[in-house]
Design a protein around this ligand. Sequence first.
Ligand code: GRF
Length: 207
Amino acid sequence: KNIVVLISGRGSNFKAVYETSAKEKWAEIWGIRIVGVISNRPDAAGLEFAQSVGIPTAVVDHKKYEDRESFERDLVKQIEAFRGDLVVLAGFMRVLTPYFVRQYPGRILNIHPALLPSFPGLHTHERALEAGVRIHGVTVHFVSDVLDGGEIIGQAAVPVLAGDTPDKLAERVLKKEHILYPRAIRLVACQKVRLEEGTVKMDLESS
Ligand code: GRF
């Protein structure tokens, strides 16, 4: 399986996936490789990390397109140029249309910093604190046409502690993201976890 990672910024999840894949020898054992990183922002820090470890990068700058579909058509072209077959969104801040989602059925993953279906969308940590929840966390899911609404693959929870700020909570959640996302990606890439007829099927005995 050839993974293409889509980023918009810092890229810490991409880095975690890359480092886990190297440590666990994904390429040697399962033939799973990160074959490219695409950013919609030319200044995304994650691009530099990719280059430093020899992963090909590309920028598809959404500001240069008149509408979402022409942007996405070029995104698809670039994913094809990398020969990607699994699309991993890692802090990719563009909403994808049904056109894009249709190109990769059951083959687009996203990580969302909240326990979905609570707090879809932006500013999840602020909103969790405002809502007064005592448990917060992160969700990895298949991407569907509904924003942050696809079938859930895995979640990890953290406590909300007295004195938390959005930043402190974000940091606690991010540590979990960096463990959960590589694991979920590996299981999907190995087809131990799949989307079948709209629901998640898991075959985890031997993982
Ligand atoms: C993460 O919190 C992720 O859950 C969200 O955006 C953030 C991206 O961080 N979708 P990074 O670019 O992976 O460091």
